[in-house]
Design a protein. Structure first.
Length: 711
């Protein structure tokens, strides 16, 4: 019984089993719900956070765009310092984009340099570089020099015969060469030496005729009729001329008359002293009348044949001295003079032939030898073609127009060509040593070249570098001549200029990549500085030409662009440009007066004589006070009237301050002075046009004020 009861207790009842299964099903459902909640938290909550963050960022951006908050308002000082310290590193040759870390360019292997933050300032033709960046970039400048410059033209030439000294020895009549005394090429002979012995039957008959005529003349000379005497004289003269035409010299004819014996053989004599350079016959050869036997050359002077480039040939002149070093005589220099400049350019070599006469009295020079020639010529400016050359050997002398080595102290004829000598000054030689023309020179490393364009970077004021296109002249050693585009004493960059150019590229300004965008050479010298031109170029293209032609503001007499972008005002049918908006009221109040000033010839043409040069960008002189006593009195009355409208306290400040710190003009000269609060100080300016510049750089202009005003 007991065992059965125990077994009965361990077996669950149907009700209990049903309840237990229900509980298990509920637990499973609960686990599923919790699992779904866990996945929901895992996915939905981050999504909600992302959406909230996006909404917050969009809200901040909208607030900044609407101006409700500033962009830097939420940054801490440490964050700002870190941002300021972040510097991009660039390749000087712009091979790669800016890098975040220093190193070397992977393309050209040049060391990366910090990108100058100050390079973003400046105008369309310049950038401004702060002193710290300038030291890092190792930027140095030198002044443009103005000095007389001579350059040396160098060329290689070959020695040749002087064509004027060549002589051909030919047969005077038909005959046979019985003897050649000069029997090889290169024989040196003197004038009158026997060269050959010629058998000539015609010569014999001519000699017989001369002897017969002489005999008849002598027989009838005293007792014959006058007619016979004249006839015999004519026969004698004719026979003598016949022998001369057959090649006999006066000495040979005299010897014939003395010996009174005809000879069928005649000696050919050397007409000049020289060297046999060609031999065309041999002994025993029969020759015809006019056939060449020898060619002689006088080697006491030679020609040096040079080939110069056209631009170099244009700089030399007839009679100019040439220094030459012969290849076979190293270390020795010989002198010659230019005898001929070819008027044509060789179409194949594109060079100009120049011939130099060189003396060879000692016979050391040889035809065919090479020589290095140098010609020293002065360098002239862009507006001059040539300059006078001072040669002490030609000063006050007379020179042959065909043979430059023929020089005389007195007028006369050239012994070679029998042409009248001319004064050396007619050929461009100065009679006295004069001051040579000065040209502008800069170091070669200051010039950046891109094809046919050359640019330099000019430091117009501390830290401001302006690109300038230049026209270059010849290079002399480590200097190069600047014909256009620069002025004396301007500062040009000689190192770091590639870095300056890279900053110009980053700023989108004209650079070496496209130098044609820079101002044409010489434009900055037409009365307006580069900064003024940059301001004028902010005008529409159709207004720029008018502003540059006008040059001056008719109200303030300041150059346009000196106070920023010129102001365009329409007065009746005339467009007038003003230096600033502060001049508008006075222009419209008295339009006829100022239009009449524009109609007058500009004073710009007489500025050089008056030496009244206006500085650029705010550093102006009080031009109205320089125009004469009448203008001075008128200006003083206007100033007194303008200052009378101020309060007593303000008038006291104006009397102490006196000048506008921006325009350097006397307060009151532009009407009622304008009062501006700068850092808690009252500062007066001449007109509203100066307000923007004063507030943009207050420390700069406060430093110009008297100490009493600054206090």
């Amino acid at each position: 019984m007991s065992s059965q009861s125990v077994e009965t207790q361990n077996v669950p009842s149907p009700a209990e089993a049903s309840s237990e299964s229900t509980e298990k099903a509920g637990d499973a459902r609960q686990q599923q719900i919790e699992s779904r909640r866990w996945w929901t938290k895992l996915i939905v909550q981050p999504m909600l956070l992302l959406v909230c963050a996006a909404v917050a960022i969009a809200g901040l951006g909208l607030a900044q765009r609407l101006g409700w908050i500033s962009a830097g308002g939420g940054h801490s000082s440490s964050t700002a310092a870190a941002s300021a310290a972040a510097v991009d590193f660039i390749c000087p040759m712009m091979c790669t984009p800016p890098q975040q870390e220093p190193g070397r360019c992977p393309v050209c292997a040049m060391e990366l340099v910090p990108a100058t933050s100050g390079g973003k300032n400046g105008d369309l033709r310049s950038i401004e570089i702060d002193p710290a960046s300038r030291r890092v970039a190792n930027i140095h400048t030198v002044a443009v020099k103005s000095a007389p410059v001579h350059r040396t033209i160098r060329a290689i030439g070959e020695l040749a015969f002087d064509e004027g000294s060549l002589r051909t020895i030919a047969a005077w009549t038909d005959g046979r060469l019985e003897r050649l005394y000069a029997d090889y090429t290169g024989v040196v002979v003197n004038e009158g030496d026997h060269l050959a012995l010629v058998y000539a039957p015609q010569l014999y008959s001519g000699q017989v005729g001369l002897l017969l005529a002489k005999k008849a003349r002598r027989r009838n000379g005293s007792s014959g009729a006058q007619r016979d005497i004249l006839l015999n004289d004519d026969l004698y003269s004719g026979a003598r001329e016949r022998l001369i035409e057959l090649g006999m010299t006066e000495d040979q004819i005299t010897q014939l008359e003395r010996d009174n014996k005809a000879n069928s053989r005649m000696h050919l004599c050397a007409p000049i002293s020289g060297t046999v350079i060609e031999k065309h016959a041999v002994e025993g050869e029969y020759v015809k009348e006019g056939q060449a036997i020898y060619k002689l050359a006088d080697l006491s002077s030679l020609w040096l044949m040079l080939e110069l480039f056209p631009q170099d040939a244009a700089a030399v002149r007839y009679g100019q001295e040439v220094q030459a070093e012969i290849q076979s005589l190293p270390g020795q220099t010989v002198e010659g003079r230019i005898a001929f400049i070819d008027p044509q350019v060789d179409p194949e070599t594109r060079t100009v032939g120049v011939r130099v006469v060189i003396p060879n009295r000692d016979g050391l020079l040889r035809v065919g030898d090479y020589a290095k020639a140098s010609i020293r010529v002065p360098v002239v400016g862009a507006n001059k073609r040539t300059a006078e050359i001072y040669d002490p050997r030609l000063a006050g002398k007379w020179i042959s127009p065909r043979h430059p080595h023929i020089v005389s102290d007195t007028p006369g004829q050239c012994p070679v060509c029998e042409i009248d000598l001319v004064p050396a000054r007619q050929l461009g030689f100065a009679e006295e040593l004069q001051n040579a023309d000065e040209v502008l020179v800069v170091p070669r490393n200051a010039v950046l070249m891109a094809g046919e364009h050359s640019v330099v970077y000019v430091e117009t004021k501390p830290g401001r570098f302006e690109i300038r296109r230049v026209v270059l002249g010849p290079a002399i050693d480590d200097q190069i001549v600047a014909l256009q585009g620069l002025a004396a004493d301007e500062e040009v960059a000689i190192s770091g200029n590639f870095l300056i150019d890279s900053q110009m590229q980053l700023a989108g300004n004209p650079s070496l990549i496209d130098p044609t965008r820079a101002a044409p050479p010489g434009e900055h010298l037409d009365g307006l500085s580069a900064e003024m031109i940059a301001e004028i170029e902010k005008l529409p293209p159709e207004d720029q030409a008018t502003a540059k032609a006008q040059l001056f503001c008719p109200v303030a007499d300041m150059k346009l662009g000196s106070m920023g972008k010129p102001v365009r005002v329409q007065v009746k049918d005339t467009v007038v440009f003003l230096c600033c908006d502060g001049c508008r009221e006075r222009l419209l109040a008295e339009p006829e007066s100022y239009l009449a000033k524009l109609a007058e010839p500009r004073r710009a043409e007489s500025e050089d004589a008056q030496q009244m040069e206006l500085p650029s960008m705010g550093e102006m002189e009080l031009v109205p006070m320089l125009l004469g006593p009448e203008k001075d009195v008128e200006a003083s009355a206007d100033i007194t009237e303008a200052l009378g409208t101020l309060s007593v306290a303000d008038r006291e400040i104006v009397r102490t301050q006196q000048l506008c710190p921006v325009a350097d003009m006397k307060l009151g000269s532009m009407g009622k002075p304008v009062k501006v609060d700068v850092n808690g100080r009252s500062v007066f300016i001449c007109c509203e046009g100066c307000r923007e510049r004063l507030l943009a750089e207050p420390q700069k202009y406060l430093a110009k004020l008297p100490k009493e005003v600054v206090r």
